[in-house]
Design a protein around this ligand. Structure first.
Ligand code: MN
Length: 231
């Protein structure tokens, strides 16, 4: 096969305890999936899960033990962090039942769903897609993936984010409105999951702005933490 232009490179994420890497397909993100975060965004009550997608080449990969650099994006004056537990899909499928969902998960990692909140807010008011607020270069930060068997009980893990060493977000994965199995059941009625897909499961309360010079460190207990400096 020869191409008329150079094909895009495969984006890949390191795997804890391995030299092999996890290749990234689609990046699905779940909106408002912790009650206290839904409330801080002005919503109440349990609503069906909803999604947006970030292309794989918007992924900023954090290598083990390193601090990644994120370039402050254009157009915004309100860049927000959203720390999230991320499920990495190893076996695809559609119409997957919640009870079977874990069989499809290869591993878990810590991600940041970076958001141009001011642009997202403008689009919400206009009833337009969130694309410009959610999707931009380096908007999907992803740390090393821990194989599911070594990840401990992620459904009961603490999730946290600090900026310059001070707590911004601290919660627990038990507080997810829709748990990982329920997300996969619902999501796969709409799309066929494929090996390599990532699912960002939503962020707890405490989302706020970062500026150039800030360092974000975040984690989910049992998984490799991440560190990212905004430049
Ligand atoms: Mn999010």
């Amino acid at each position: 096969m020869s191409y008329v232009i150079t094909p895009p490179a495969t984006v890949s994420v390191p795997v804890v305890g391995s030299q092999q890497r996890f290749p990234v397909g689609r990046i699905y993100c779940v909106g408002r999936n912790y009650v206290a975060h839904a409330q801080e965004m002005g919503f109440t009550g349990r609503e069906p899960p909803f999604y947006f997608i970030k292309p794989s080449d918007t992924c900023l990969v954090v290598e083990p033990g390193q601090t990644a650099s994120m370039h402050y994006p254009s157009l915004t004056k309100d860049l927000h962090h959203e720390i999230e537990l991320v499920a990495a899909i190893g076996i695809g499928g559609k119409n997957i039942k919640a009870a079977d969902a874990k069989k499809h998960i290869w591993g878990y990692g810590v991600g940041l769903d970076m958001t141009r909140r001011d642009l997202q807010g403008e689009q919400k008011k206009l009833g337009r897609p969130w694309c410009i607020g959610k999707t931009f270069d380096e908007a999907a930060i992803m740390g090393p993936i821990t194989p599911a068997a070594q990840a401990g009980d992620v459904d009961k893990a603490e999730i946290w984010l600090q900026v310059n060493g001070k707590d911004r977000q601290r919660s627990d994965v038990t507080k997810l409105i829709w748990n990982i199995g329920e997300i996969i059941e619902h999501l796969t009625t709409a799309w066929e999951l494929r090996p390599g897909d990532l699912i960002y499961t939503g962020t707890p309360e405490g989302v706020a702005a970062v500026v150039a010079g800030d360092t974000m460190t975040g984690g989910v207990s049992g998984l490799a933490p991440i560190s990212v400096k905004v430049i």
